[in-house]
Design a protein around this ligand. Sequence first.
Ligand SMILES: Nc1nc2c(ncn2[C@@H]2O[C@H](COP(=O)(O)OP(=O)(O)OP(=O)(O)O)[C@@H](O)[C@H]2O)c(=O)[nH]1
Length: 185
Amino acid sequence: VANVVVFGTGRVGKSALTVRFLTRRFIGEYGDIESIFSHNVIVDGRDITFNIWDSPETSLYEKRVQWADGFVLVYSICDRASFNAVTKLIQFIKDNLGMDKVPIVIVGNKKDLNHRRTILSEEGRLLAFTTACQFYEVTAAENYHSILMVFHRLIDRILASKTSIKRPAGIKGIVKSMSAVFTRK
Ligand SMILES: Nc1nc2c(ncn2[C@@H]2O[C@H](COP(=O)(O)OP(=O)(O)OP(=O)(O)O)[C@@H](O)[C@H]2O)c(=O)[nH]1
């Protein structure tokens, strides 16, 4: 099972992206729905259940960060504020999860609106490079394949991070696992 949170400011195409992945379809308007979707895919012969939490930007940030195994952070290539928000989100996630290797894919959406572009591809790529995240530019409105790539890349990272958890834990990790033991019912 992989829990995935899709974050981003309003109207960048979070729902479009999620629905595209789940159904292969594009639906123009979705409204402000708060939803968790479940979806099964086979990756490298393994049956993976994706739980995807897609919701309006402001709600339950901390709760969702704790719940997630990985993140899709979406901005619109025509919206500078949405890009700045992704930068802040990365910091927020890393502050909260207290580790470097959080599986995160940064997605610049609305690539079809290239004539209105205000964020260069290079800026997205540089952000990803400096924060050790993955990066894609996509058009949720048109392209299923690239959206599939986003989620597959994320699942690869999640599976890799889950199998490497047994590394020597460091003091933070030890405190965490001890408190997990003591709070278990
Ligand atoms: N041109 C273009 N429009 C898109 C694309 N993806 C989404 N849109 C449009 O952008 C608007 C917002 O899409 P949503 O998927 O509702 O965005 P959201 O991020 O879930 O929005 P909130 O629910 O408000 O947070 C809609 O009018 C979509 O039709 C895209 O790839 N290209």
